[in-house]
Design a protein around this ligand. Sequence first.
Ligand SMILES: O=P([O-])(O)O[C@H]1O[C@H](COP(=O)(O)O)[C@@H](O)[C@H](O)[C@H]1O
Ligand SMILES: [Mg+2]
Length: 551
Amino acid sequence: MDINEIKAIATTEYERWLLNTMGDDEAQKQLEALGGNQEEVLDSFYTHLSFGTSGMRGLMGLGTNRINGYVVRRATQGVANYLNKRYSAPSVVISYDSRKNSEFYAKETAAVLHGNGIKTYLFPEITPVSVLSYSISYLKCHMGIMVTASHNSKDYNGYKVYNKYGYQIVGHEPDLILDEIESLDYFDGINYDPSGVITVNNKVGKSFVKQIVSMTTKLEHDTLNDLKVIYTPLNGAGRKYVKDVFKGIGFENYDIVKVQEYPDEKFSTCPAPNPERILAYDQAFKYLDSEGGDIIIATDPDSDRIGTAIYHDGMRTLLTGNQLGILILDYLCHMRPPEAGQIMVNSIVSSPLAGKIARDNGLRVVNTLTGFKYIGEIISDLKSENDENKYYYGFEESNGYLISPFICDKDGVSGVMITLEMAAYHKSHGKDMIDRLNELYDKYGVCVDKTRNYFFNGAEGADKMNRIMAYFRDEVNDSIGGLKIVDKIDYNENTGLPKADVIQFDLEKGSTLIIRPSGTESKLKIYSFEATDITPVEKDIISIIEKFKGL
Ligand SMILES: O=P([O-])(O)O[C@H]1O[C@H](COP(=O)(O)O)[C@@H](O)[C@H](O)[C@H]1O
Ligand SMILES: [Mg+2]
């Protein structure tokens, strides 16, 4: 389809929405405001939101390619139809984070599910997504839904869907649910009944915290409390649970960044509430500068990502998701050595250094595609064979960690606990986290990892990203930036993993480059792992991307 046909479809759909939202004054106002901007109409209506790496996610606003009440209710009606066909008496638990409209969409989701005769539980307040995952088995539900756009900026929202095992839907399930959704209209055939939704009681959360506290590595009280932590929930759902875990393990030496302690739907002091980005630590560093402290720990708004930053040699230093993953692995191996047959699971974009350390400690390493759902699937398979003890640890590059198979999703709350214990342990040996990392580089070889993001907005951006991927797939075969390509893996071919739009280049001198479009944001991600300086490679890649950007 060429761009003019796509524009025509978007305009027709826009006009249909104008007609069908009569009576909804707010929607009419927003649609009319959109009307003057052709590009906005195109982006809002050129496609229907679909399931990406982590559910349905998009900018909030009116349109089929946006998150709004109409899109949420239609998606939920599709989910309800799917569940009612599959189970005789399905039940669902719903949670939400702190962003604008999250509570409203969660309530709309509950009303539609209940309107379809589904037993529906709703958390009474903002709750981490890992608690939602936990609550699915606790409440014996068939599904869980979390309203969140995770770490994205304030204008986004989304809808994560969990299966009855507690990980985000994978394989054919998203397609089956999408088929149901796509057979529906946005304005008709949606059942709705907000009465009779059950409020989740606080036993679930208490049991979750108890589980986490039982996973502590039990440092001496003084060793633990010699570390001063500045914690920021980035205005999200982590605060209450993290505080309860601190209490449970006897940790008192912390401050919470005041301006980020409670929800602020504008994320005024952290416009990018993403623990992967140094910007997110700005307030926490200011706090540390005035109040003192050893490390900063941050969780994202739905509290499944966690990151950490310190002053090292006087410089503000953010650990990458891989570095933190490696340090947690190293610490765990020291405190509770792996048993024979145990596995570490990580994604294909995780640092090869983690694999080296894991193997050296007797672990078997299993790689998955990007998306913690694939790690969750492995845990769930182990559970179904009563083999969950084989799971030792799992992590992914984008700041997701899980130190025990007590749930099937990454968890920021236990992540905070283990990070603080690891840092306290190293402090008691006169080191900070970077010192320990350098020791690991000395032992296993340097592996510098970097993830670069290139944003491409809207319909045209999506098209450009496709063309860039095609270019790397078809045209780049011999060398990049003067380094010879030793091996090239296209994950769209048979690699033993599900097919995915990912290309990996193994270069001479032990470097690796991986390119893929993000499944959660409109951007291309380029990951590099280098044993050597690959600045020329970086330059080459950037010039290719810039060329396409300008086209
Ligand atoms: O947003 P979160 O914290 O749920 O994190 C989500 O996005 C990450 C990055 O995905 P992508 O590279 O496709 O953008 C995934 O690895 C993760 O498993 C997923 O849950
Ligand atoms: Mg998140």
